[in-house]
Design a protein around this ligand. Structure first.
Ligand code: PHE
Ligand code: ZN
Length: 882
């Protein structure tokens, strides 16, 4: 940092703003050399800040070239205002006034992609969290909500489309080839929801009739040439609008809803009022270019941004510590939407897998923070799996505690109380508690305490008394700044299976009669005992059904019982989970063998259990495709005290090969049954069949024999759906097949015109576990299609290697670490947000052995010692070194 160590901002220091802004009138003059922004703000003293009378007006602003300041129409004398790198301060302001500023900015030089910038020659904005201050002087915080009117003027030939929030109220042309459009947004909003787009774009149009009969025009804008890839996004949008009406009674509130897809975007998408801006990755899809996961991702992100219109926009955050108020809730909503549209069990499994690999790792590292953080240096570093995904689990637990009806009542009350306001997570919880009568006071610790709770479950069956006892203990590990934790309120849903595999009716001690076969147990103390009565024989427990809380469970369930659960549990999630626990146990045992130099051997009982799932796969191919995947390398790492990436990789590959060899006829037969040429559809069932087929091929390719290779090449050359093409490409890329290089080169030639497909090509090579991966990645940095300024390219190649290739990234020589530090330092001056996002693996250095820790530390020290470092990278690097 050139200005010394950046300062932490703390929740406890929150104060309402001294001034409020009610109206904003913006006039943009977009140019190639310079863009001029004229802003007229209607400002008044905040009645909630009695001390504000004597205070100057302080506006945020960065990298703005100030041209003029006028107050109530009169230029402000130079001695009455001060400009610093971050602020414009005006002294002696009246109680109520208008302030006009004119600034000049250079969007074409903005590589941070925050504020106003250019993507493929088009202008666009990204204001969340604090980008608006790079466009004009403003009180850039979400509890300042104003009505916006925006006039955009630009050269018509280059920028035929001019968009902003709200309704188009006027437009016209100038004689010199420029044209203009004026937009007005009737809904007061924080400035982070402002958006502007100007460019050469084509659009698809559709309509939606809301339940009260309002006809809404829906448009998706894309660059010319991409018009054939928006149907799925449009369908997803209409489904989302219908779902929010049906499930929450929430209706869209304007006559127009626009989406613009841009190729250069730091994140997935942005919920700006009525003008969502998306990364092309989450809009563009057709079967030939997009995988099934892309289709599912588009459906969920389109829904997510749409759902923000109520959970985020109509009710927004008071301050950025409350980010999970909108993000956790909206992720929960999009997860539920996708569950209703596709397979609920498969969606839950995928979400939990993501949580357990990415969020659990974060919670165990240097950047661990509560769902509602209490301090940050750079807010952009807190758009995290904890705020988003653990935040969604917190909402899901509230849903579990209140039941669907209680939860809906809570949502209704939340909107009744807070529509049009900027509020806190406490306000949300209060609405939930008040509407349902459920006491959530202890539950609120989920917002305040970081770290993944550990649950240990001990079971005891008393044959004579016919009782079954579960003793559940919880501990919450220490995390940075939080050495001591209090016990949490943890909802644990359990079932008990009888000897025939059926659920037993459940009756707890003290209850008059059995009630249901899945029971919600409230774990509130460090230790709780639950006793079931009338249990005729020793049952098999199914614990934490549906993953009812984001915790790690250790239970004294035998391997035989896990195998039984894999075959019989009525809870699909736990059927999958039993296989994961068993697989994890076996693989971790093998890791110990490998570390001790013992011979590896996969127990036949495990092979049989996997074989049973495989032979039953056609009953639910999508489920089987998940159940047959071994626990990932990242997940296995989270289960170890000291992560050994090499041993984990070796052992997992050994297990894959062994399963492939011993069950070869079944993999082959299942592959063949599902490889037939079905017509393409993105229905859950078709996706499931493709997933199963490609999983079979993955196992077969682990053997790399002639037949597998020829099947894989056959699929590669014959397939039309990208899902199948990329799967076979990935297996080839991991292999030593002589055709490998030729196929990779051919793929690039075929798809070099499609940036999103080229990203997949980078990703497949970055994640190849061949020993030459880093060498190849280093070469690819110089490939003409690689562009360091484009986040998608960075995420695919550099991110793919650092996050998706643990065995090569953690190479014992430290070459991966040096590579990553080089790239972070190269990225930081251009795009600090993206640079900081690449640092994730470094923040977990304590999880590794001393030698790797030392190597990572050396790179981090090199990073922090670099002059001019952004606060973004500085925060992650310095916290990782603490
Ligand atoms: N608010 C966006 C979302 O979750 C994410 C985002 C954050 C996008 C910051 C851009 C910048 O939908
Ligand atoms: Zn969001």
């Amino acid at each position: 940092m050139d200005k010394g160590t950046p300062k932490a901002i703390r929740l406890q220091d929150y104060r309402p703003p001294a001034h409020l802004i009610d109206t904003v009138d913006l006039q943009f003059e977009l140019g190639e050399e310079v863009t001029t922004v004229r802003s007229t703000l209607g400002i008044r003293r905040n009645p909630d800040r009695p001390d504000a009378a004597g205070l100057p007006l302080t506006l945020d602003g960065q990298r703005l070239d100030l041209v003029s300041v006028a107050l109530d129409g009169t230029p402000v004398a130079p001695d009455r205002y001060t400009v610093t790198a971050d602020h414009l301060t005006v002294d002696q302001v009246p109680e109520c006034f208008s302030l006009e500023t004119v600034v000049r900015i250079k969007p074409q030089e903005n590589t941070a992609l925050e504020g106003l910038y250019k993507s493929s020659g088009n202008f666009c904005t990204q204001c969340e969290a604090e980008g608006f201050r790079k466009i004009t002087y403003f009180i850039d915080r979400p509890d300042v909500m104003a009505r916006y009117a925006t006039t955009i003027t630009a050269e018509k030939a280059r920028y035929p489309v001019l968009l902003s929030n709200g309704n188009l109220v006027a437009s016209g042309e100038h004689e010199d080839g420029r044209h203009w459009a004026r937009w007005e947004d009737p809904f007061p909003k924080p400035c982070y929801l402002f958006a502007l787009v100007a460019g050469n774009l084509r659009h698809a149009e559709d309509h939606f009739r809301t339940f009260s009969g309002r006809e809404v025009t829906l448009r998706i804008y894309v660059e010319p040439g991409n018009e054939d890839k928006v149907d799925h996004a449009m369908r997803s949008l209409k489904k989302s609008m219908r779902w929010d009406e049906e499930v929450y009674g929430l209706e869209y509130d304007l006559d127009i809803f626009n989406i613009v897809a841009v190729g250069d975007f730091n994140m997935g998408a942005m919920e700006n009022k009525s003008l969502n801006v998306f990364n092309t990755k989450y809009i563009l899809a057709k079967p030939e270019t997009a995988t099934d996961n892309d289709f599912l991702g588009i459906e969920s992100v389109v829904a997510h941004e749409y759902f923000h219109n109520w959970t985020g926009n109509r009710v927004t955050c008071r301050d950025w510590f409350q980010l999970s108020l909108k993000e956790g809730l909206t992720v929960f909503r999009d997860q539920e939407f996708s569950s209703d549209m596709n397979s609920r069990a498969v969606k839950r499994i995928a979400d939990v897998q993501g949580l357990r690999t990415v969020q659990f790792q974060e919670d165990a590292g240097a950047m661990a923070h509560p769902v509602r953080p209490d301090s940050y240096v750079e807010i952009n570093n807190f758009y995290t799996p904890t705020v988003y995904n653990k935040g969604a689990e917190v909402i899901r637990m509230i849903h579990t505690l209140l039941g669907p009806e209680g939860f809906r009542k809570g949502m209704d009350l939340y909107f009744q109380r807070h529509d049009g306001q900027a509020v806190t997570c406490d306000d949300f919880v209060a609405a939930m508690a008040d509407a349902s009568g459920v006491d959530l006071s202890q539950f609120q610790l989920w917002y305040r305490q970081a770290g993944t709770p550990d649950l240990s479950v001990a079971t005891a069956y008393d044959e004579a008394a016919r009782t079954y006892r579960l003793t559940i203990r919880q501990t919450v590990p220490p995390t940075p700044g939080q050495p001591d934790k209090q016990p949490m309120h943890i909802p644990v849903v359990v079932g008990l299976l009888g000897p025939d595999g059926a659920d037993l009716p459940l009756r707890l001690t003290g209850e008059a009669a059995p009630a249901g076969t899945s029971r919600l147990l409230h774990v509130r103390k460090a230790e709780e005992v639950f006793e079931f009565v009338d249990v005729p024989a020793r049952p098999v427990p199914s614990i934490l059904r549906g993953f009812s809380a984001p915790v790690k469970v250790k239970a004294d369930v035998s391997d035989a019982d896990l195998t039984f659960l894999m075959a019989n549990d009525s809870d699909a999630f736990n059927r999958w989970e039993a296989g994961q626990i068993l697989g994890g146990r076996i693989l971790l045992g093998l890791v110990a063998d490998q570390q001790a130099g013992r011979l590896l051997d996969l127990p036949q009982s495990y092979v049989d259990a996997v074989g049973a799932v495989l032979r039953d796969a056609d009953a639910d191919p999508a489920f089987a495709a998940q159940a047959l995947v071994l626990p990932t390398e990242a997940y296995l790492g989270t289960q170890m005290d000291v992560v050994d990436p090499e041993a984990i990789h070796t052992v997992r590959e050994f297990a894959r090969k062994t399963l492939a060899a011993r069950l070869r006829p079944d993999w082959l037969a299942t592959y063949r049954r599902h490889a037939g040429n079905q017509s393409f559809s993105v229905e859950a069932d078709a996706i499931g069949r493709r997933a199963l087929k490609n999983l079979c091929l993955a196992y077969l390719m682990a053997l790399e024999d002639e037949e597998a290779l020829s099947l894989c090449l056959g699929q590669y050359h014959g397939a039309t759906a990208m899902t199948d093409v990329i799967a076979s490409l990935q297996f080839l890329s991991n292999s030593n097949a002589p055709q490998r290089d030729e196929v990779l080169a051919g793929f690039y030639e075929r798809w070099k015109g499609e940036p999103l497909v080229v990203d997949k090509w980078f990703g497949v090579q970055a994640m190849s576990y061949r020993p030459d991966a880093l060498e190849r990645v280093t070469e690819l940095l110089k490939h003409p299609a690689f562009e360091i300024r484009n986040p998608n390219k960075v995420y695919a190649l550099i991110g793919g290697f650092a996050n998706g290739n643990p065995v090569r990234f953690h190479d014992a020589t430290g070459s991966g670490y040096r590579f990553l530090a080089d790239q972070v330092l190269r990225l930081d001056p251009m795009n600090p947000q993206v640079a900081a996002r690449m640092m994730g693996p470094f923040s977990r250095l304590r999880r590794y052995d001393a030698a790797r820790q030392a190597l990572m530390k050396a790179q981090l020290e090199r990073i922090v010692a670099t002059p001019g470092l952004s606060p973004d990278v500085f925060e992650v690097a310095s916290k990782s070194l603490e």
